[in-house]
Write a protein that binds this ligand. Structure first.
Ligand code: PNS
Length: 169
């Protein structure tokens, strides 16, 4: 009999993907057979990169990984997860400050669907202070973001802020 794949959805804004996210994905792939990285279409949140570019950067980062799929979604996360046959939603936890919001989301998701479990993984200590926003801020002012993002993301971030600078000169 064919073994059913254990699939998890790893949702987020990923504006852009950071090495903190990659740390969670690498931990998650030890537990699940396949991880679908799902970028949320969220028109109410102002983003630096459009969704298709965020998806491209993630695809480029994981280009040789058979167990990773990159997709985008809108609407309810649990509906998307069920539709994709996922048994879990994967979320990373950095510090206590993440807890309240994550707990609330997980309980809401559980209320909305009993078929999908939320699995929290602790990020590696070196990524505790890493976030897309802080990396964008550093990059914006010319800070070196090497080692905080994958090289496809670093290239796009530097390109983006170089263009901003050129336009503002
Ligand atoms: O990277 P983020 O911004 O912390 O990710 C938040 C995300 C995408 C996980 C969350 O906003 C989400 O799941 N949105 C989809 C809408 C939804 O299902 N809401 C109800 C549960 S809170």
């Amino acid at each position: 009999m064919e073994k059913k794949l254990r699939v998890a959805v790893y949702p987020g804004s990923f504006d852009p993907l950071t090495n903190g996210h990659i740390d969670i994905i690498d931990r998650g792939r030890k537990i699940f057979d396949k991880i679908i990285i799902a970028v949320l279409h969220n028109p109410s949140k102002k983003a630096l990169f459009p969704v298709d570019q965020r998806v491209d950067m993630i695809e480029e980062t994981f280009k040789n990984s058979q167990d990773i799929e990159v997709d985008s979604f809108d609407g309810l996360l649990v509906e998307y997860a069920e539709m994709r046959g996922a048994i879990a939603v994967l979320r990373g936890m950095r510090a206590i400050s993440d807890f309240e919001n994550e707990f609330q989301m997980a309980l809401m998701n559980r209320r909305l669907s009993r078929k999908v479990q939320t699995v929290f993984l602790m990020t590696g200590l070196r990524w505790i202070f890493t976030s897309s926003s802080i990396i964008k801020e550093a990059a914006q002012f010319g800070g070196d973001i090497t080692g905080m993002v994958s090289s496809p993301v670093k290239i796009k971030l530097e390109e983006k802020f170089r263009k901003f600078k050129e336009r503002n000169i």
